[in-house]
Ligand binder design. Structure first.
Ligand code: IPD
Ligand code: CA
Ligand code: CA
Length: 254
């Protein structure tokens, strides 16, 4: 492995401390909009600047792609970063938001970390080596019945302009499942499948930085990661993550 998960954890936890400092002082937080429903705060920018600098200091050989600062030159082996996933929740003082950092080499996800500082949960994975939550190995749930399942989704901020806007799909699936959740943080949504807290998550119109680290963590925990047709792979424009046992039941409803 070309990086140390311990070094990655040190850097991501330090970045989490910066986010928490802003989170504890929301009344002074500068919030602006990138589009009518897409928020960015000074915390997103500060956390990303720290991650970019710290990761380049530890591993100068890799490029960087961050939601707020864009792409550096080297994009064949790069960090794929969302400094705060769940910015709207963060800005409103809710606890469900996370930092997401993945290492992608020649198109393959090899390491990833998702850290929710307000919840105190740190998820990570290494390709072929497994997935962990707060240092403990994690695996997906054993639920085999979609009817008894708890599922989660999200609605892209562009939904007004999308013909296929996930609302009808949500209604179809909500009619046949027991629990439905919308947490507002795609990176954590995927990690909850990895940790067996929910049985499936799907969303469309995401970006790779929203789900790269979570997708590796979920795969290493035994999840299926596909598009809405069941093709294996990480497809941000339509991602479906399940515990594997309910995949064939949910696919016809996608
Ligand atoms: C958002 C969150 C949300 C999802 C949105 C994303 P952001 O990321 O992941 O759950 O529904 O589509 O844009 O903007 O808070 O980093
Ligand atoms: Ca995001
Ligand atoms: Ca973000």
């Amino acid at each position: 492995m070309c990086i140390s998960l311990a070094v990655l954890e040190k850097v991501v936890r330090e970045a989490g401390t910066i986010a928490l400092t802003h989170f504890k002082n929301l009344k002074d937080l500068e919030v602006s909009k990138k589009s009518p429903r897409d928020f960015v705060t000074e915390a997103d920018v500060a956390v990303e600047a720290f991650l970019k600098e710290a990761l380049a200091r530890e591993y100068p050989q890799f490029g960087f792609w961050g939601e707020e600062s864009g792409k550096t030159e080297n994009q064949s082996s790069r960090w794929v970063v969302d400094p705060i996933d769940g910015t709207h929740s963060f800005s409103r003082g809710q606890y469900f938001w996370a930092l997401s950092v993945a290492l992608e080499i020649d198109g393959e996800l090899v390491a990833g970390a998702v850290y929710a500082p307000a919840l105190g949960d740190y998820y990570c994975a290494e390709k072929g080596k497994g997935a962990w939550k707060n240092g403990q190995p994690i695996t997906v749930s054993s639920e085999t019945d979609l009817g008894a399942a708890m599922v989660c989704t999200g609605f892209a901020c562009l939904r007004n302009y999308l013909e296929q806007n996930n609302l009808e799909r949500f209604c179809r699936i909500a009619r046949v499942t027991t629990g439905q959740r919308r947490f507002g943080c795609a990176a954590m949504d995927v990690c909850l499948v990895a940790d067996g807290q929910i049985d499936a998550f799907w969303e469309q119109e995401l970006n790779l930085y929203d789900i790269a680290a979570g997708a590796l963590i979920a795969k290493e925990a035994g999840a299926t990661v596909t598009d809405f047709q069941g093709n294996a792979g990480v497809f941000p424009k339509q991602i479906l993550v399940t515990n594997g046992k309910i995949l064939d039941q949910i696919l016809p409803l996608m």
